[in-house]
Design a binder for this molecule. Structure first.
Ligand code: FES
Ligand code: FES
Length: 145
């Protein structure tokens, strides 16, 4: 954290966003920039100047409790090593803002730019379905196998 002379934070250094491929392929670095999911590894700082950026540090509820998506990833075991998780949650958050009731196919298409090497995606999809149900105030129903 960097402080001004009056001890007001000027900016906070955040470390939650992961860098994977650095070539816009893996999605580990996904953040929300002015209402769009972007792979931040290939966004120049000058391109982001003045933009509204959300990283994983900004997704919890205002009172510090877990957001619906964070809770979904926790409850549905949507992560193993967690390396892809910050980018995956940021991407899923934007997906649910644009489409609060996605079908499974829409979820899979929506996260297709984010690679997870651990989970096989099943639990990530379930985590997003869990969050969508919570956001819509309905009970989460597991799809029949
Ligand atoms: S680090 Fe892989 S897409 Fe940015
Ligand atoms: S949880 Fe390990 S890469 Fe996704």
């Amino acid at each position: 954290m960097i402080f001004s002379e009056n001890r007001f934070p000027l900016f906070r250094i955040v470390t939650g966003t992961h860098i994977g491929c650095e070539t816009t392929h893996c999605g580990a670095c996904t953040v929300d920039l002015d209402g769009m999911s972007v792979k931040s590894c290939t966004v120049f700082a000058v391109q982001a100047q003045g933009s509204d950026i959300t990283t994983i540090e900004g997704v919890a509820n205002a009172d510090g409790s877990l957001s619906a998506l964070q809770e979904g990833f926790r409850m549905m075991h949507g992560l193993q090593c967690g390396f892809c998780t910050p980018g995956m949650i940021l991407r899923a958050q934007r997906l649910l803002k644009e489409n609060p009731s996605p079908t499974e196919a829409e979820i899979r298409m929506g996260i297709s730019g984010n690679i997870c090497r651990c989970t096989g995606y099943q639990n990530i999809v379930r985590a997003i379905q869990y969050a969508a149900a919570k956001i819509n105030g309905v009970e989460f129903q597991e799809a029949a196998e």
